[in-house]
Design a protein around this ligand. Structure first.
Ligand code: FES
Ligand SMILES: [Fe+2]
Length: 414
């Protein structure tokens, strides 16, 4: 599933708004520019003197020098080598040695918007630009959300598949759910631990897929964890009690690595100071970083600080601590691009198979001129849930009534 500019999947991904970097990485007008690699393209993000964000080719059209070393001033980046200057639209506005050449020296640029503390770019054909995403946390005030990213050293698809793999929580996360401050004290944990054999039901929708994971609940009910995959990048996490809701975005950097955005939010109240502190310390779906980077301290190069004793003592299932690196270590262990021919999917992998098929079909269809799916932003206002439903109740019917437009609904969580 390669996503470079000329690949079928790359062309498909470029038809959606793609998270690029934290708004705070380019915090103020005329700030230092930041190198960004997304979908295999080397780009440069900056904010101009009028505070407008821009995403342009990293390299100067003169002799290919990186504009990272340029001067960001007076509404543009000036190349440090011979002074060519480019604005946020990639327009060359000055060629000091040959001003008449400026119109011929433009570089590529992509439109950007800011939502929920993230800068998103649209890298596809200008006339096909969709509505900005309406994913719930994108519209919340800063006080209500925590939106960090971490590097994942695997292909986007391997990473994203973890986000729709409802069954793994009963295994790799099982010994920590009751101690983690972002999950503890909830009935959800008991059901997840008691029943590792999730029965999956999947529904194809306007936005992607809805996944219904059924576990045993009370004697007369099932515990359903219901979550959505917003094609092709966003996943949600069914909630735990009153804890903050969660979700991810999986963004290809190149074919071997991706950004795993891990988002927590409360729809109607600010995150508490304790919650924010726990997130900053790497609890819940977060990590502690190598200083000055977006790479986790526990990472591939140190076997994620695996602790075999803790594994024996059942303090961690795999020996790796923290949900986030448990989730990263296993897909990374498959290698940067897994050979799917060698795997044997099980019934619990139904969502993964369907997501793969949807991506594959959409990419091939686009080659034939069929427009991509899931571009209706209004359909993205869905929310994940965890509920007990009586035996015989239809979870699809329930979800239609309660999860289709999250704006006016309470959070369904136990
Ligand atoms: S390489 Fe940029 S101005 Fe010459
Ligand atoms: Fe997980």
């Amino acid at each position: 599933m390669r996503t470079g500019p000329d690949t079928p999947m790359g062309k498909l991904m470029r038809r959606y708004w793609v998270p690029i970097l934290l708004s705070s990485e380019i915090a103020e007008p005329d700030c230092p520019p930041v190198r960004v690699q997304i979908l295999g393209e080397k780009l440069l993000a900056f904010r101009d003197s009028q505070n407008r964000p821009g995403l342009i080719d990293e390299f100067c059209s003169h002799r290919g020098v990186s504009l990272f070393f340029g001067r960001n001033e007076e509404c543009g980046i000036r190349c440090a080598y011979h002074g060519l200057k480019f604005d946020i639209e990639g327009k060359c506005v000055d060629v000091p040695s040959a001003p008449h050449m400026a119109p011929k020296m433009n570089i590529k640029a992509y439109p950007c918007i800011e939502r929920g503390g993230i800068l998103l770019a649209y890298m596809g054909p200008p006339d096909k630009k969709p509505e900005p995403p309406e994913v719930e946390w994108c519209g919340l005030p800063e006080s209500h959300r925590f939106v960090p990213k971490r590097l994942q050293e695997s292909n986007y698809l391997q990473a994203m598949k973890g986000g729709i793999d409802i069954s793994h929580a009963s295994y790799v996360h099982r010994y920590e759910v009751h101690v983690d401050p972002m999950h503890q004290g909830t009935k959800a944990n008991d059901y997840i631990k008691a029943d590792g054999n999730v029965i999956l039901d999947i529904e194809k929708t306007d936005f992607g897929l809805t996944l219904y994971g059924r576990r045993n609940g009370e004697p007369d009910s099932y515990y359903w964890r219901i979550t959505q995959w917003l094609f092709p990048l966003f996943t949600r996490i069914p909630p735990f009690g009153d804890h903050a809701l969660g979700g991810h975005v999986w963004v290809p950097i190149d074919d071997h690595s991706c950004w795993a955005w891990s988002i927590n939010f409360h729809p109607r109240k600010p995150l508490s100071a304790e919650e924010r502190e726990a997130m900053q310390q790497g609890k819940g779906i977060h990590v502690e970083y190598e200083p000055g980077t977006f790479r986790s301290l526990a990472n591939k190069s140190n076997d994620y600080l695996i602790d075999r004793r803790a594994q024996k003592e059942k303090r961690t299932y795999s020996g790796v601590f923290g949900f986030s690196m448990q989730d990263a270590s296993l897909p990374e262990s498959m290698g940067p691009i897994q050979d799917h021919k060698r795997e044997h999917l099980l019934p619990t992998d139904k969502a993964i198979g369907m997501a793969r098929r949807m991506l594959h079909d959409a990419a091939l269809n686009l080659e034939k001129g069929v427009e991509p799916p899931a571009l209706d932003a209004a359909a993205q206002r869905v929310r994940a849930a965890g509920v007990l439903l009586k035996h015989g109740d239809n979870p699809q019917e329930w979800a239609k009534r309660h999860l289709a437009d999250s704006v006016n609904e309470p959070v369904y969580s136990i």
